[in-house]
Design a protein around this ligand. Structure first.
Ligand code: HGY
Ligand code: MN
Ligand code: MN
Length: 409
């Protein structure tokens, strides 16, 4: 096996970066929050030591450039996101950036007939602004003025957050990916149980499931918890509770559909007040768009039914649709050959999680390589990755670069 970067060093890098958090005691790093500065510094030092030129673009993406054999050589983009969900694990997102840099280090200065650009996206999870993929949208040119005016819970816009970080949102055009492009490669933990249950180190992603995100509200009538008889209540929390079970029932009844209510808020939220309003999030996913949208329609109809039966009103808003995305067949084949040449078992799969590759696919062919998630745990501090699977991913990555050399040499 080719001598690559020590996988334990990669784990150590990710764990050190996981300490850079806006929340003491757990890993929370949202769009351009202060700890992101130190993440950029650590990765910049490493990339500059490898002779790469490094910058931060107007959307707060960290960008590293490893020259090819000749100027204006086509480039392969390798990246993932540097932000996290609240109380996250140490590997979701950042592993894809660290593995990309480690792949370049494993080249030991060798130049290829293409350049490699590393992208550490500023925001994929959408935690701060309720809008995912801020960073990667900038690379495909869709982070437009309207999106830059999106406000966070404190009324701060995306554009203002960019200025607060010391960047200039008016330079967004420079963030757009430069052509010619070979494609985009994202290493990512699977974040689910499939590879772990099959006892496999790697998964070749064929497609990424589509997603509908929405905000819903049930409105009834707030009242006194002690004096209001049960048959006279219009309790919004009781309604949303009934609906959440209906959501779960729908998803269990539809093969390949997953649906989650991750946030619930009772208003006014006092223990001795019947809630006049209940707000909740909805996240529905399926590999086939028609199945997903049909599932969403059934879930919303169930909500209207429940509201009507309880004499409440129901509203569904802020829907964001992300269509399912197919990875590029040629790159999937090249990745399959790379896994085989590196000596690992082949397994093609669909990603239930969303990834920046869904956005990059609007502009370039994309490929993803999954690493096993022990216990299938993710978006949680217990998220892990195995050293031997990192070694497998690095070897496969080097073989993948060889495939591209053969194709574009
Ligand atoms: O939610 C997702 O699918 C991704 O982790 N942002
Ligand atoms: Mn995530
Ligand atoms: Mn992720």
């Amino acid at each position: 096996m080719i001598q690559t970067v020590n996988p334990d060093e990669i784990i150590a890098h990710c764990q050190a970066i996981a300490e850079l958090s806006e929340q003491p005691g757990c890993t929370t790093r949202t769009f351009l929050s202060p700890p992101m500065r130190e993440v950029h510094r650590i990765l910049r030092v490493w990339m500059e030591r490898l002779g790469m030129s490094v910058s931060v673009d107007s959307a707060g993406n960290l960008r590293g450039y490893y020259e090819g054999l000749y100027t204006d050589a086509p480039r392969l983009l390798i990246g993932s996101h540097l932000d996290t969900v609240p109380c996250a694990g140490a590997f979701d997102g950042v592993l894809g950036v660290v593995l990309g840099i480690a792949l370049i280090e494993s080249l030991k200065g060798r130049r290829l007939p293409f350049a490699i650009e590393i992208a550490g996206f500023s925001d994929e999870e959408g935690v701060r602004f309720g809008m995912p993929f801020i960073g990667s949208r900038a690379l495909v040119g869709t982070l437009d003025a309207a999106l830059l005016e999106t406000k966070d819970a404190h009324g701060c816009t995306v554009a203002q957050a960019i200025r607060d970080f010391g960047l200039d949102p008016s330079g967004m055009a420079e963030a757009v990916l430069q052509r010619p492009l070979l494609g985009y490669l994202e290493f990512h933990i699977e974040q689910g149980p499939v590879l772990d249950q099959l006892g496999l180190p790697l998964g070749i992603v064929e497609a990424i499931a589509g997603r509908t995100q929405a905000r819903v509200s049930f409105r009834g009538r707030a009242n006194h918890a002690g004096t209001t008889p049960m048959h006279l209540r219009h309790d919004a929390v009781a309604a949303v509770a009934e609906w959440i079970l209906a959501v779960e029932h729908e998803a269990r009844a539809t093969p390949g559909l997953v649906a989650t209510v991750g946030q619930v808020e009772a208003i006014p939220g006092a223990s001795n007040v019947i809630a006049g309003e209940a707000r909740a999030s909805l996240d529905v996913r399926h590999a086939i768009d028609a199945q997903r949208t049909a599932g969403v329609d059934r879930i919303v109809s169930a909500a209207r039914e429940i509201a009507r039966g309880r004499e409440l009103t129901f509203e569904c808003s802020a829907k964001q649709e992300q269509r399912a995305v197919a990875c590029d067949p040629k790159l999937v084949l090249a990745m399959e050959k790379a896994v085989e040449r590196a000596g690992f078992p082949l397994h093609r799969m669909t990603s239930g999680a969303g990834h920046d590759a869904m956005i990059l696919a609007q502009k370039v062919p994309v490929a993803m390589l999954f690493l096993r998630s022990p216990g299938g745990i993710s978006h949680h501090p217990d998220e892990r990755v195995l050293s031997q699977d990192l070694a497998a991913a690095l070897h496969t990555g080097l073989r993948f670069l060889e495939q591209l050399e053969e194709l574009h040499g």
